[in-house]
Design a protein around this ligand. Sequence first.
Ligand SMILES: [Zn+2]
Length: 387
Amino acid sequence: METRKLYYEDTHIRTFSATVLGCEETPDGWEIILDATAFYPEGGGQACDLGILGGRNVLDVQERENAVVHLCDGPLTVGQTVEGAIDWERRFDLMQQHSGEHMVSGIIHALYGYQNMGFHIGSELVTVDVAGPVPGEDLQRIEDLTNAAIWENRAVKAWYPAPEELPSIPYRFKKALEGPVRIVEFPGTDICACCGTHVKFTGEVGLVKILSCVKFRNGVRLEMVSGKRAFDHLRRAYEQNRQVSQAFSAKIMETGEAARKMNEALNGEKFRVTGLQWQLFDHVAASYRGKGNVLHFAQGLAPADIRELADRIAKTCGGIAAVFCASAETYQLCMVSHGGDVKALGAAMNQALRGRGGGKPGFFQGSVSANREEIQGFFAGCGWEIL
Ligand SMILES: [Zn+2]
C-alpha cells in the first residue's frame, strides 16, 4: 500500500478527503492507511501531526515503507471515503519552529562554516547544537540577519534533485538520508537536506529570538523560539518586567538599573544592620561578664547570628554560653566554650530535649524540639544558675 503525501504537495492543507485502504486492530488502537493524507508522520526531528480522521482521533502517525500509518482510537471501513482534519495550530507551530531553526542554522553555517549537530523542538523551546563556538557578541547579528531574511518573505522551495545534480548543490547535511534526498531551500539563507514540513514563505516564521547560548561539547547549544512562541515569550517577559517596573517605580526599560541600585542599597543596609546587631551583642555579652555558664534566649536571629552572639557571650562570661532562639516548633541553638568542651553536654541535651546537631569540642550547633521551660529545666538539672 502506498500513500500520496499531500503534506509535501502543499504544507498548508488542513483538511482533505481520502479512501481507506487498510484498517488493522492493534493493542494500541487501529492502524489506518489511506490512499492520500495530509497528516505528517514523525520524522526528521519533527513530531507527527495529530487531528481527526473519519470522526476518530489520530493518536500517532508513522511512515512504514511507502505507507503513512495513522494510529486511531476507532476503526474505519476499508473502501470508505473519509474526511481528515489536522490540528493546524500544532502543525503551524512546528513549521514555524522548524523553519526558524533552518534559517538560524543556515546563517551560522554561512558565517562560521559550522554544521548543525542536532536540534530538538521541545514543548517550550527549540534547542540547536552547533559544532563550533559562537561568540556571545555575535548573537544579535545572527538574530538581525535571520529576522531580516524572514521579513524579505521569500518563497521556500523543496524538491528532489536527480542524484547526479546533488554534488553541485551546496546543501547542509543533517544526517545521511536513505533513499532520494529532499532538498529544502530558504533562498539566501539555507539549503539543507530535510524531510520535514516548512512554511511556504519565510514571512510566516514571523520572528526569531535566541534566548541563550551555552558551551556544549565542542560547540554551543542555542535555545531559541520562533513565530507565535516568540510573541508569547515576549508577552510573558514584558508582563514580568511590567511588574518589576511597578515594584521599583522605574520606567519599564530602566528596570535593570533600578534593580542594581536596589541591590546596592540593600547590601549597604545589611552592612549597617550587622554593625548595629554586633554592638547589641556586645552589650548583651557585657551584661553576662563573669557569670560563668549562661543560658540566653534570643529572638529572630539567623543561625550565623546565634553563633556570633554565643561566641561573644562566651568571651565575657568565663563559662559556657548557650544561646537559644525560637523558630517554628523548635529552638535553634548554639553553645560555645572558649577553652572548654561542650560535646558531652550537647549529647546529653540531644537525648533529653529531642535534639539534633553536633560540632567540635568548644562548639555545638543544632536544634531541639522542646519548650522554654523544658530547656531551662535541663540546664538547671546540670547545675546551671538560670538567670
Ligand atoms: Zn526542515
